[in-house]
Design a protein around this ligand. Structure first.
Ligand code: ADP
Length: 459
C-alpha cells in the first residue's frame, strides 16, 4: 500500500514537472513564431524614432539624451566610423558583434538582431542580454555617422514582475506538492482499508468495517465489497447450516433403520410387529433416497449440461395427475383443494416441470393450516402461460420471502421444525423455471397464506 501512495505522489509531481516543461516549450515556440517578429518591429520603430529625433535636433547633446533613454529602460551601444564606442544603461553580458554588422549599419542598413537571434529549445531569446540581440539603426548627428544598437532592458522593465512571478511559481509548486501529498493520502486510504478488509475476509472474519459514505467509484467499490462480504457470510452460514441439517437428515433415518433391523433380529416377533418395523425401515429408506435424489438433481442442474428434454405436452393434464397422486395426503390433512385447469399446451421438459409442480404442491400442503385450502390455476394470454399455487397456510415474512429460493434455506425453524424438508425444493424449482426462460414470484402474508406464480413465455 505504501508503494501505491509513493507512486501516486511521484506521478502527480511528474505530471506537474512535465506540464511545466511542456508549457514552457509551447510559450517559447509562441514567442519565436509570433512575438519575436512583433518585438523586432516594435523596437525597430523605436530605434528609428530615436535616430530621427537626434537627426532633427542639431542642438541637443545627444549622448545625454541616450543616457536618459537608458535610465527609462534601454540598453544602448553607439559606435562611429573611427571605432569609438560608448555604452549607455546596464552593461551587455555578451558584447560580441561582428565588425561587418557595425559597418553595414554605419552604411545605412538596419540590423534585425532580435528577429535573427538563434532559436534554441530551452532559451527564450527575449531574455538574452547580448549585444547581438539588439536592433541596429544608422544615426547621423551634425554630419557624423554612427551606428546605434538598442534593446529593452528586461531587468529594469520587469524587475518587480520577475520577483512576483518567481514567488508565484514557487508558491504554486509548493502548495501543489503539499496538496498532492494530502489528497493522495485521502485517495489511497479507502484502498488500504479495502485491503485490510479483504485480508480479514480471507481469514473468515466477515465483519468488515468500510467507509461506504463516499459518493465516488471507491465508495461504490466499498459498498459492493460490503455486499459481497454479507453474501459470503450468508452463504457460509448456509453451508454450515446445511452440513448440520444434512448430517441430521442422513443420520436420523440411518439410526432408525439400524434400530429397527436390530429389533427384526429378535425371534419372538409377531408378524404384525415384523411388518410394522419393515414399513418404518422402508419409509426411512425412501426419505434418504429422496434427499439424495434432490442433491443429485441440483448437482446436475448446476452443471448446466443440456439436461432439458423438451417436448410439447398438456400441462393441465400433468397437474391433474399430480393432484390425484397427492389426493390421499390432502384428504388426510383435511385440506380443501380447488383448481381451474383448462387444457394448455406447453413446450418444456415434462419430468423437470413435474418436479416444479410437485414441490409447489407439497409445500402448499406441508405449510398449510388444518382445514386450509389450496387453489391451483392456469391462465394464458398472448405472451405468457401462468400457473398459480395459492394456499391459506402459515405464510412468510418479507425477509423470509427474499431467501426462500436460496439453497438449504428453511424459514423460521420454530414453525417448520416438525415439517420434514431440506430447504432444497424451491431452489430446484427456481433453477428449473429459469432454465425454461420463465419467472417465479412469491407473495405472502404471515398467517394468511402464500401464492407462487410461475410464468413461461409462449414463444
Ligand atoms: P423445504 O424442503 O424446507 O420445504 P423448500 O425449498 O421447498 O424447502 O422451501 C423453503 C422454505 O420456504 C420452507 O422451509 C418453508 O419455510 C418455506 N415455504 C415454502 N413453501 C411455502 C408455503 N407454501 N408456505 C409457507 N412457507 C413456505
Amino acid at each position: 500500500m505504501k508503494s501505491l501512495y509513493v507512486k501516486f505522489v511521484v506521478f502527480s509531481i511528474g505530471i506537474m514537472v512535465s506540464s511545466g516543461i511542456l508549457a514552457f516549450l509551447i510559450s517559447n515556440t509562441y514567442y519565436q513564431q509570433k512575438l519575436k517578429p512583433e518585438n523586432d518591429q516594435k523596437n525597430t520603430k523605436i530605434a528609428l524614432d530615436i535616430a530621427a529625433f537626434v537627426e532633427d535636433h542639431h542642438n541637443i547633446n545627444f549622448k545625454e539624451y541616450l543616457e536618459n533613454l537608458s535610465t527609462i529602460g534601454y540598453q544602448i551601444y553607439l559606435v562611429d566610423r573611427s571605432g569609438n564606442e560608448s555604452y549607455f544603461g546596464a552593461p551587455f553580458r555578451d558584447k560580441t558583434l561582428s565588425a561587418s554588422t557595425k559597418e553595414q549599419v554605419l552604411n545605412g542598413e538596419i540590423y534585425h538582431g532580435i528577429l535573427h537571434f538563434p532559436q534554441e529549445t530551452f532559451v527564450t531569446g527575449f531574455f538574452a542580454n547580448e549585444l547581438k540581440n539588439t536592433i541596429g539603426v544608422p544615426l547621423t548627428h551634425n554630419g557624423s555617422n554612427y551606428a546605434l544598437f538598442i534593446r529593452p532592458d528586461i531587468k529594469l522593465l520587469f524587475n518587480e514582475m520577475q520577483i512576483l512571478f518567481a514567488w508565484l511559481l514557487a508558491l504554486m509548486t509548493f502548495i501543489s506538492i503539499v496538496l498532492v501529498l494530502i489528497s493522495t493520502k485521502y485517495l489511497v486510504k479507502p484502498i488500504s482499508k479495502l485491503t485490510l478488509a479483504t485480508k480479514s475476509l480471507a481469514t473468515g472474519n466477515f465483519h468488515v468495517d468500510l467507509d461506504s459514505n463516499r459518493r465516488d467509484e471507491l465508495g461504490e467499490l466499498s459498498q459492493s465489497f460490503f455486499q459481497m462480504a454479507r453474501k459470503l457470510e450468508q452463504s457460509d452460514e448456509m453451508r454450515k447450516e446445511f452440513i448440520s441439517n444434512i448430517s441430521h437428515d442422513i443420520q436420523s433415518p440411518l439410526s432408525n433403520i439400524k434400530g429397527y433391523t436390530n429389533l427384526l433380529e429378535k425371534e419372538s416377533l409377531s408378524s404384525i410387529e415384523k411388518s410394522h418395523y419393515i414399513s418404518v425401515i422402508n419409509d426411512e429408506i425412501s426419505r434418504l433416497s429422496s434427499l439424495t435424489k434432490q442433491l443429485l438433481l441440483l448437482a446436475s442442474l448446476d452443471r448446466n449440461e443440456d439436461i432439458l428434454k423438451k417436448k410439447t405436452f398438456n400441462v393441465a393434464q400433468q397437474l391433474k395427475e399430480l393432484i390425484r397422486n397427492h389426493q390421499w395426503l390432502i384428504n388426510e390433512k383435511g385440506i380443501m383443494l380447488s383448481y381451474s385447469l383448462p387444457d394448455t399446451e406447453i413446450i418444456g421438459d415434462p419430468s423437470l416441470l413435474n418436479t416444479v409442480w410437485d414441490n409447489l404442491l407439497t409445500n402448499a400442503i406441508k405449510y398449510n393450516k388444518p382445514d386450509g385450502s389450496i387453489e391451483i390455476s392456469i391462465n394464458k394470454n398472448e405472451e405468457w402461460i401462468t400457473v398459480t399455487f395459492k394456499d391459506t397456510g402459515i405464510g412468510l415474512s418479507h425477509q423470509e420471502q427474499e431467501r426462500i429460493f436460496d439453497r438449504f434455506y428453511r424459514a423460521d425453524i420454530a414453525r417448520t421444525r416438525y415439517v420434514e424438508g431440506t430447504g432444497l425444493g424451491l431452489s430446484i424449482v427456481a433453477t428449473i423455471v429459469t432454465l425454461h426462460d420463465g419467472q417465479i414470484n412469491v407473495t405472502s402474508k404471515e398467517n394468511e397464506g402464500t401464492t407462487f406464480v410461475v410464468k413461461f413465455p409462449r414463444r
